[in-house]
Design a protein around this ligand. Structure first.
Ligand code: ZN
Length: 417
């Protein structure tokens, strides 16, 4: 009976192959770059699709241009509560003309679906929507509750999206979260590095470029600051023994699945100077330089420890002001949790290769569940072209992600597998 339903779910996905491809392609055609993060049109698209499939849902807004969608159904038998989560906003595009197929083309060419958001994360969000749709059809055979959350504002850390939903509507949290952010087909993510976003401002009196004896240069000080921040990578993470047993295998897999060097990156503080702006003219000594600094922090270090280290490193520059923009502690949940085990089993069966639990290098909205003490797991497409020119997802990989999500949600709610 249960295995019949599992194979019915797989056949439905195979039968809907063109529908799934068409949905994702159309979803990509609706530009949702963040900034500005305006997702109204994409939200309308998802909402109309759910309505056409007879799915009750509601729009929940914190910001008028960044709506969120929530739906939830209860099965006849009591049981667990799984929440599916995906976002509609995507990275911005700054080199539109150089794309092989336009970033908002949704082109279906050469076995791929092309466009900004194909990987991060409209494919995973599509997997959540269709998983909800398929299980809704069979809700009378399930246990517990399934909730769908399709959000905005993820790329700017979710205060109008997931955080708003989980704080204002706690009944949407579930007891576990399944998310389709890019993870790569070989990994299920059970945690991720933390982040500290800073704006570092350098101010001097400035002056004529030929008179350096009268003022220091804000851009030159900034270049020294950038060099000094590299020392943050020398701070050692202190991981308790019981956590090390869980984390070490995940780190061991990182080089293999995320590229050589990933394992070291996963365990170190890393610094990205994402934006820098300073000076007004070639012969004017810059009075101001402002940097947007993204610091990623491994499990075993707190954000405060790293922030204090930044303050200490830069204390020698009276011209420098540090403004904190955002922070999120490194986080993970048990890799041996039932949902994680189910996802690993399904991904291995669908892909026919090893799939391992891992700590992600980037941040996703799943951290907001983990902050609340609710386990959250990620399985999604290969991150290789994420946020890059020619972002695209292989069609087979996309269909497999839908299958892994759908079977995993089913197994979790059926309590089987
Ligand atoms: Zn994402």
């Amino acid at each position: 009976m249960m295995s019949n339903l599992r194979s019915a779910l797989l056949s439905a996905i195979d039968k809907d192959r063109d529908k799934l491809i068409g949905f994702l392609s159309d979803f990509i055609k609706i530009p949702t770059p963040n900034p500005s993060g305006d997702t109204r049109q994409a939200c309308r698209f998802v909402s109309e699709f759910l309505t056409s499939e007879g799915i009750d849902h509601e729009k929940l807004l914190c910001h008028p241009e960044q709506p969120n969608i929530a739906a939830s159904f209860e099965a006849p038998q009591a049981g667990r509560h799984l929440t599916l989560n995906g976002h509609m906003d995507v990275f911005p595009v700054d080199d539109e003309a150089s794309w092989t197929h336009g970033p908002w083309s949704g082109a279906v060419v050469d076995g791929y679906i092309w466009g900004r958001g194909a990987v991060d994360m409209k494919a995973g969000t599509t997997a959540s929507i269709f998983t909800y749709l398929y299980l809704h059809r069979h809700h009378e055979k399930l246990n517990g509750r399934l909730t769908l959350t399709i959000v905005s504002d993820e790329e700017t850390l979710g205060s109008n999206g997931t955080r708003f939903l989980l704080e204002q509507y706690p009944h949407l949290r579930g007891d576990c979260c399944l998310n389709g952010e890019p993870s790569g087909p070989r990994t299920v993510r059970f945690g991720e590095k933390g982040l500290l976003w800073l704006e570092i401002r350098v101010r001097t009196s400035g002056g004529h470029g030929a008179y350096p004896h009268l003022s220091s240069s804000a851009t030159k000080i900034a270049s020294r600051v950038i060099q000094d921040l590299e020392q943050l990578s020398e701070i050692s993470a202190v991981v308790p023994d019981e956590h090390r047993d869980v984390l070490q295998p995940a780190y061991d897999h990182a080089d293999e699945v995320l590229g050589k060097g990933a394992s070291a990156v996963a365990q170190k503080v890393i610094v990205n100077i994402g934006q820098i702006e300073g000076g007004v003219k070639i012969n004017v000594l810059p009075a101001s330089c402002t940097m947007q600094v993204d610091i990623r922090v491994p499990v075993g270090l707190s954000i405060d420890t790293v922030k204090n280290a930044v303050t200490a490193l830069l204390a020698k520059y009276p011209e420098v002001e540090i403004v904190e923009l955002n922070r999120s502690e490194p986080n993970f949940c048990p890799p041996e949790h039932d949902l994680s085990r189910i996802m690993l089993t399904n991904a291995r069966a669908i892909k026919g290769h090893d799939v391992d639990p891992i700590i992600g290098l980037g941040a996703t909205d799943t951290r907001i569940w983990r902050e609340l003490g609710i386990p959250a797991y990620v399985y999604g497409p290969s991150p290789k072209t994420m946020g890059a020119r020619d972002e695209r997802i292989e069609i087979e990989e996309f269909i497999d992600v839908v299958k892994v999500h759908c079977l995993s949600a089913y197994d979790y709610l059926a309590g089987s597998n």
